[in-house]
Design a protein around this ligand. Sequence first.
Ligand code: FES
Length: 506
Amino acid sequence: MTLPERSQSYWIASTPETSYEALEGDLAVDVAVLGGGIVGVTAAYLLKQHGLRVALVEARRIVTGVTGHTTAKLTSLHGLKYSQIVSQFDRERARLYADANEGAIRFVAAVVQEQGIDCDLHRMPAFTYTREAGELDRIHAEVEAAREAGLEASFVTETTLPYEVAGAVRVENQAIFHPRKYLLGLARLVDGDGSRVFEHTTARDVREGRPCVVTTDHGRIRADHVIVATHYPFLDRGLYFARLEPMRSYALGIRVAEPPPQGMFISTGEDFQSVRPHPENGGWLVIVGGVQHMTGRSSVPTMQHYRAVEAFAREAFTVESIDYRWSTQDNRTIDGIPYVGTYTPASPHLFTATGFDGWGISNGTAAAMILADLILKRHNRWAAAYDPARVGQLTKVGQMLRYGASNVDHLVRDRISQAAPLEVSDLAPGEGRVGKVGGETLAVSRAADGTLHAVAPACAHQGCLVTWNEAEQSWDCPCHGSRYAADGTLLHGPATKGLERRPLVE
Ligand code: FES
């Protein structure tokens, strides 16, 4: 009984593949929504419901990116977020954040009911817990901050976890669901009657104006408004590259002998542990998660992170099987609140949403509601709190520069000349390395079946040197989180094209 050989999200494995066509030629709509994750699909659904013609454009298949790799907790309790917001801002900001997330949960529940979408929605409480007595002050502070923010929060020492906790924040009436069943249901409601869903269509650029013009690899879209919902905003405007930190984390789908805990759980600290059950065929899958590191900057081979999650799962549960393993990525903002609104203060028709810090299911839904209201010119009480240009953002120059400076270390032009010679025959199956081959610096990997792939090592976004992610068999960029398959195919932006392939003979 070991870890599955290949990474595959349970959400993707348990739902059919979609087959929307690619864009062909030019098109005019009211709103172009770029990115088919929870923000894009929800925003497209809302705007169509209000009578607008929408084009939802996804570079690969919808809901296969970050939203397809979530742990899918529909909750307003986000670790120790309320204490963080109160210390960074004030109680009013924490109240708006809680209200937005509670509003998102109510929205999903209402849509599921109205549209009859079968997506395994179950109400259950959420917990932030600690096993360390020394952490209890932080738990008590979070209970107070969450209560003041309007959540039904309490301090508890009893949970349904199979191990003791020192204490926990408990928030009632949260929910679990199957994000792909939900969003594929919404996408079906988007496509048709003048609105369209396009897959395998990559947006390369947006020219702002009246109308805006989106250039894709399959044609152009004219639209009065454009939403960039590509997880990491791919247009280099608005200084997002300097104020987002892309982070990766890991999850396992396991079967256990004991009754699964009934709730969503996360422990405090950077080395967090996450647990939540999911109903399946009359039984339960338990999704356990943990570990966090910046994309492309793991200090150990990435399979070790899965093994750390596995060790936790085996310590906590009687594990019968490990059926799935998958990892995900999300962006952290400077102050802990997502950026949702106009792309820049000078972009009245271009919008974005990003920086959910691992809590993108509720925040992503709230973001779509905010963006739809902004486009429909309706008041939204959460919008100012999430505004990407909110007060204090652009003055955090120190942090921005610190992050920017750490990126410079990974820039390719400095390191490319220092690359060591690479003996391709030394590469083991599953291994990847950057090195000089025949005078040229290449990123070379060997697949499990022995196939060699060689690609240019400079990220297609801004040229940083990519690093090998053995667990996902991908090249990951340490600067802004772009990711590529072993053969150079683009997996994740902000890059909008893949790494160039290079010929290689062994
Ligand atoms: Fe920006 Fe790679 S993602 S340089």
